[in-house]
Design a protein around this ligand. Structure first.
Ligand code: GTR
Length: 434
C-alpha cells in the first residue's frame, strides 16, 4: 500500500472512469489486512479545490475552511437548519446534594418545536458541589437514556421512544424502565469527572432523532420541511447531522446556565456518537474541544483505506446516517473530494482528540491515527502544534499536542483509561487561563 497527500487527481479519475465505467458500488468482505489497503492519494488540506496554495491563516479561514465545510455538508452529513425560532427550556428537577453531597444534579428540558411538547431534548447535568464559579464541562450524547449513565435513582427515566437494545444481557424495551438504570455507567465515570472540577452534561441521542430508518418521519427533520417536502433533499441532513444539531442546541442552553463556563465546553462521543461529535465540532466553532472515541468509518477513519467498515457498508446498514449524496461514494472512495483528515482539520486551532482501541479493527485504528496526523499541517499553519511525532504510537502511549491520539488495549468501548486521558487533555487546554 502506498499513500500520499497531493492535489486530488479527481479530473484524471473522471477521465479514466468515463472511458472505463466503474463497476457498480459493491460491498466486499471487510479487509483487515494492511497489505491489501489500496493505494490512495489524500486531498491536501492546504491546497484549494482549484489548486491554489493555502499560505496563511487568512487563506485557511476565508477560503479553504469554508470550502471543506461545504464539501462535508453537501456530500456527506448534509446541510442543517439554524436553531429553532425560540428555544424554550424548563428546569424539571434540581438536587443540590446529589451523589452523597458531592454534586448538584439538574434536569432541563429543551423544547425543539417552538410551541409543542415534542420533540424535546432532556439534559442531565451534574456540577461539582464544591465549585466557586462556572466550570468547564464535558457534553456528550448517550445511547440508552440518561438513566443508563449512572445508578443514581434521582435521574428521570428517559421518556422518548428508545431503540430496543441489549445491554450487558438485559434486554431494554422501547420504553425506558428501571431495568436500564445504570446499565452503561462504566462509560460515564461521573464521580471522577466532577472530582476533577468539570460538569457533565448528557442527553439521549434519540431525543432529536430516533436511530432508525423511518424515512425521516420522526425526530426533528419534519420540523424544517418546506411545504410539501416529505424527506430531506440529497444534500440535506441525515441523522448524524440531526444529533450534531441537537448538541448545538444543548450549547445554546448552556450559554444561559450560570453553572457552566460556556467557552469551555468539550464535546465527547463514542462510535456513531464519535462521528457526531466531530461533525458537531466542525459545524459549531463554539465548542472548545472535541473528542472522538472509536468513531471509525464516517468519523475519524480515512475512507480511502477501506479497512474494516467501508462507505458502501455503512450506507447500506445505516442509510439514514448520512445525506443522500454520500451514497454515490460506496466502492468509489477515491472520488470523494475530501477525506476524514479534513474533518479533523476543521477543528483547528481548537484541541481535538482521536482515540482508538486495538481490538476495534472494524473502526480502523490506523486510519483514525492517520486522519489526526494529516490534519496537523493545518494546525502548524495556524501556529499551534498538531499531533506530536510522525509515527503511530505504541499501545497505551498517548500523544498530546493540540491534537491528541491514543490507541489503548481492549475493545470498542469507552473505558476509564480513555477518560483519564481526556481529563488530562482537557486540563492541559481548558485550564490554562483566559
Ligand atoms: C456499528 C457501526 C459503526 C459504529 C457502531 C456504533 O455497527 O458499523 O460505524 O458507529 O455501530 O455506533 O456503535
Amino acid at each position: 500500500m502506498k499513500a500520499g497527500i497531493g492535489v486530488c487527481a479527481s479530473s484524471i479519475l473522471m477521465l479514466a472512469t468515463a472511458a472505463f465505467p466503474l463497476l457498480p458500488a459493491q460491498e466486499q468482505e471487510p479487509n483487515y489486512d494492511e497489505k491489501k489497503v489500496p493505494d490512495y492519494v489524500l486531498p491536501d488540506p492546504l491546497t484549494t479545490g482549484d489548486g491554489r496554495r493555502v499560505a496563511n491563516a487568512r487563506d485557511w479561514r476565508e477560503v479553504r475552511r469554508p470550502e471543506i465545510l461545504e464539501l462535508f455538508r453537501s456530500q456527506m452529513y448534509g446541510r442543517r437548519p439554524g436553531p429553532p425560532r425560540e428555544l424554550r427550556s424548563r428546569v424539571t428537577s434540581m438536587e443540590s446534594r446529589a451523589l452523597g453531597g458531592t454534586a448538584v444534579r439538574k434536569e432541563v428540558s429543551l423544547y425543539l418545536n417552538t410551541d409543542r411538547e415534542l420533540p424535546r431534548m432532556d439534559l442531565l447535568i451534574y456540577l461539582p458541589a464544591s465549585r466557586s464559579g462556572p466550570v468547564p464541562a464535558f457534553l456528550g450524547l448517550n445511547f440508552n437514556g440518561n438513566h443508563s449513565i449512572h445508578p443514581d435513582p434521582g435521574i428521570s427515566l428517559t421518556r422518548t421512544w428508545m431503540r430496543p437494545s441489549k445491554v450487558e444481557g438485559a434486554v431494554l424495551e422501547n420504553r425506558a424502565t428501571e431495568k436500564g438504570r445504570g446499565t452503561l455507567s462504566r462509560r460515564w465515570p461521573v464521580e471522577k469527572i466532577i472530582g476533577r472540577g468539570y460538569a457533565l452534561v448528557t442527553a439521549y441521542y434519540g431525543d432529536t432523532d430516533p436511530d432508525d430508518d423511518d424515512e425521516f418521519r420522526n425526530g426533528v427533520h419534519p420540523l424544517f420541511y418546506r411545504p410539501g417536502q416529505t424527506r430531506p433533499d440529497a444534500d440535506e441532513w441525515g441523522s448524524i447531522a440531526a444529533w450534531a444539531w441537537g448538541l448545538s442546541r444543548a450549547l445554546d442552553y448552556l450559554e444561559t446556565d450560570p453553572g457552566v463556563d460556556q467557552h469551555k465546553v468539550a464535546l465527547l462521543g463514542h462510535s456513531r456518537l464519535g462521528k457526531t461529535a466531530l461533525w458537531a465540532g466542525a459545524e459549531d466553532e463554539r465548542f472548545a474541544l472535541v473528542i472522538s472515541n472509536n468513531s471509525g468509518c464516517g468519523g475519524a477513519a480515512l475512507s480511502r483505506r477501506r479497512f474494516g467498515e467501508t462507505v458502501a457498508r455503512i450506507n447500506r446498514v445505516f442509510p439514514h446516517w448520512f445525506c443522500g449524496n454520500f451514497k454515490q461514494y460506496g466502492g468509489r472512495e477515491e472520488r470523494l473530494p475530501m477525506d476524514q483528515h479534513l474533518l479533523v482539520a476543521l477543528m483547528a486551532p481548537r484541541p481535538v482528540y482521536v482515540a482508538s482501541a486495538v481490538e476495534d479493527r472494524w473502526a480502523d485504528p490506523r486510519g483514525e491515527y492517520l486522519s489526526a496526523r494529516h490534519a496537523s499541517p493545518v494546525y502548524a499553519l495556524l501556529g499551534v502544534p498538531g499531533l506530536p511525532g510522525d509515527s503511530m504510537p505504541g499501545v497505551n502511549q498517548p500523544l498530546m499536542g493540540t491534537i491528541g491520539y491514543h490507541i489503548r488495549s481492549g475493545r470498542h468501548d469507552v473505558t476509564d483509561y480513555d477518560w483519564d486521558r481526556y481529563l488530562d487533555f482537557a486540563d492541559r487546554h481548558l485550564r490554562k487561563g483566559p
